[in-house]
Design a protein around this ligand. Structure first.
Ligand SMILES: N[C@@H](CCC(=O)N[C@@H](CS)C(=O)NCC(=O)O)C(=O)O
Length: 243
């Protein structure tokens, strides 16, 4: 049995839900509140995921963390619908996209999301209470960085630098679509899945320059093809249980 610990609007959770949908796999939902309840920092959850983040996959009692590792695991264990290129070179390209998504796109969208999504989630709390929220995060590096952002603020320049880093990745995508229809080659793969939730997030965060397809028509065409796949709606639009 597959059980997914996830949060309805989390980009990394969306990645896994899209992969599950592409593969047509049944899974049980265990929704983790990342808002005021901070279920992700409860001791029972941190035992499963020492970083106190979503998603976490439980496959018959075996726990797998890290969304990129989870989607590769799913492809190893349920190979009927293949989501990785057979060719070793293309598979290496796919892994570069997984890495780029995590270490450039996710890192930088996280910086941009601080003022726009993180702070509003804890809007009723005082600064001391916000520090207490951050101090519950089990990952020391993340805790340090979040406290720094809270105390010093995320400046317009911090956001501009983060947006420039993401724009660089979008340029690489545009270049790739001049060569192949999908990011890792001729076939749709985990490379396309891993970046999809972030592209949607650019719109939600009003990063309009990043989603102005006139300057990146290849990415615009890819985005239309991605959105027309049934897995897009299934993976991206999990209902907010609190709504
Ligand atoms: N590298 C991790 C990142 C996971 C991550 O940062 N998840 C976010 C949601 S997208 C989270 O749980 N944030 C809660 C928090 O940091 O308190 C993965 O890909 O699984």
């Amino acid at each position: 049995m597959l059980k997914l610990y996830h949060f309805w609007s989390s980009t990394c959770s969306k990645k896994v839900r899209i992969a599950l949908a592409e593969k047509g796999l049944d899974w049980e939902s265990h929704h983790i509140d990342l808002g005021p309840k901070q279920e992700n920092t409860e001791p029972w959850y941190v035992k499963l995921n020492p970083n106190g983040v979503v998603p976490t996959l439980d496959h018959d009692g075996r726990i797998i963390i890290e969304s990129n590792v989870i989607i590769e695991y799913l492809d190893d264990v349920f190979p009927d619908v293949r989501l990785r290129p057979e060719d070793a070179y293309e598979r290496a390209q796919m892994r570069i996209w997984l890495d780029r998504t995590e270490h450039v796109v996710h890192r930088n969208i996280n910086m941009i999301s601080f003022n726009r999504r993180f702070l509003p989630r804890f809007a009723e709390k005082s600064d001391a209470e916000k520090e207490a929220v951050i101090n519950r995060m089990p990952n020391p590096e993340k805790r340090h960085e979040m406290l720094r952002r809270l105390r010093a603020g995320v400046s317009v320049d911090d956001e501009a630098r983060a947006e420039a880093a993401i724009a660089g990745v979008m340029d690489m995508m545009e270049m790739q679509f001049g060569r192949t229809p999908w990011l890792a080659g001729e076939e749709f793969s985990l490379a396309d899945i891993c970046i999809t939730p972030f592209v949607e997030r650019f719109g939600a965060n009003e990063l309009t320059v990043l989603i102005d397809w006139r300057s990146r028509p290849g990415v615009g065409d890819w985005w239309r093809r991605i959105q027309s796949r049934p897995s897009y709606d299934e993976g991206m639009n999990f209902p907010n249980p609190a709504a």
